[in-house]
Design a protein around this ligand. Structure first.
Ligand code: NAG
Ligand code: NAG
Ligand code: NAG
Length: 361
């Protein structure tokens, strides 16, 4: 049984341990009560929670993973607004390396066994602006599900955060039908001269999935020029829209959110296929190299995302390109150009064709 996600692997190996202890038919899918009294084996307390059994039978609402295959490079429209379930992982802007989940959020037993997950599960609710003129996102609630084992899986611990997007400080654009940008610019908290651009870039993926990259760029005046720096961490969300109507982040209210519910919301593709730390990212070989680019830094992230940056052609400007490529040989790029302390970047969209290569080639 090949399972990419660490948590899944852990659960399947624990499942083996459990079946050895209990001789339970594998076809039993009823939710179970936690029990720690059956033996003194340290594994038993991880044994009987429902997520172990959620792999296949209760996913009638999710589509099969092989429907991710499309034969053309037509991209799906981007999903925005409503409820999403997804995975959140963080990366270093230096080299794109995975930044592990803070240890204090991970149960000690998982750390001891080197089984900490590479990402956190999230439930996201987005409210769109009502009026269509200045359409955009109004607010977003994010419920972060903390890793759990044992009985914790039946009543998950969560952390909720809320973002509000005001039309005064946030610019929202749809560079193409399949992409979206959501940028908020703030001054430095210290009162120093300078700005932080909080950028979000979204690319649609098949079957109501999307990849969302959140990246902060700091701009500081420096002598007569400006210095531009991508701040750590870069955050990537892989998400699936689970409802076009938002529940306003109420899913975990009153407690009782369980692993099976989260697992069902994530769906097959998100649940089974992603271990952000394990595999080297794929790389992209464009059909035509861009000779005019003044790129000085390229970071390869998992999930076919590349971030390239460097000075733009005009003096004192900075270019930030986020790309997503697919195995069908198509790459979408969102390019922002920042100019000094100006509040918004100019945004451009491009598509090109090329080849997807294993990393290192
Ligand atoms: C100014 O920016 C340049 C390029 O970004 C950098 O190499 C240099 O160290 C900066 N100088 C100061 C005083 O921060
Ligand atoms: C979607 O949300 C609406 C409103 O909250 C709810 O009535 C409906 O049952 C939800 N649909 C699914 C599939 O969860
Ligand atoms: C990245 O590309 C690989 C290979 O084409 C594909 O299997 C995978 O689903 C892609 N992931 C995303 C998030 O696009």
């Amino acid at each position: 049984m090949r399972r990419a996600m660490v948590g899944r692997r852990l659960q399947s190996s624990l499942f083996l341990v459990c079946s050895a202890s209990f001789v339970r038919p594998a076809s039993s899918f009823a939710p179970r009560q936690c029990s720690t009294s059956l033996s003194s084996s340290p594994f038993l307390k991880f044994s009987t929670c429902s997520r172990l059994f959620s792999a296949s039978s209760m996913d009638s609402e999710v589509s099969a993973s092989n429907s991710m295959k499309t034969t053309t490079t037509r991209h799906d429209s981007i999903c925005v607004g409503g409820d999403f379930a997804g995975l959140k992982a963080t990366f270093s802007p230096k080299d794109g390396a995975l930044i592990p989940i803070p240890e204090y959020l991970v149960p000690e037993a998982l750390l001891e066994w080197g089984q900490e997950p590479s990402s956190l599960e999230v439930l996201v609710s987005e409210e769109e602006e009502e009026e269509t003129e200045q359409s955009g996102l109004k607010e977003r609630q994010t419920i972060c599900v903390l890793p759990a084992i044992g009985c914790g899986v039946d009543n998950l611990e969560t952390q909720k955060t809320q973002q509000e997007f005001s039309t005064e400080t946030t610019s929202y654009s749809k560079p193409s039908d399949s992409t979206l940008t959501l940028d908020t610019t703030t001054t430095l908290p210290s009162g120093k001269e300078g700005r932080v651009h909080q950028t979000e870039t979204l690319f649609s993926l098949p079957d109501s999935h999307r990849v969302r990259i959140s990246l902060n760029l700091q701009v500081l005046p420096n002598d007569s020029a400006f210095s531009y720096q991508i701040q750590s961490p870069i955050v990537m969300y892989l998400e699936r829209q689970t409802n076009t109507t938002s529940n306003r982040g109420t899913r975990a209210d009153g407690g009782g959110l369980d692993g099976r519910t989260v697992s069902t919301l994530l769906g097959d593709w998100l649940r089974l296929a992603h271990n952000f730390g394990k595999n080297k990212p794929l790389q992209w070989k464009p059909e035509k190299e861009d000779v005019t680019a003044t790129i000085t830094s390229v970071i390869h992230l998992p999930e076919n995302v590349t971030i390239a940056s460097g000075p733009a052609e005009e003096a004192d400007t900075f270019m930030l390109q986020l790309s997503h490529f697919s195995k069908e040989g198509s790459r979408r790029t969102i390019e922002r150009t920042f100019q000094g302390l100006e509040s918004a970047a100019s945004v451009q969209y491009r598509e090109d064709s090329g080849k997807c290569l294993p990393s290192g080639e």
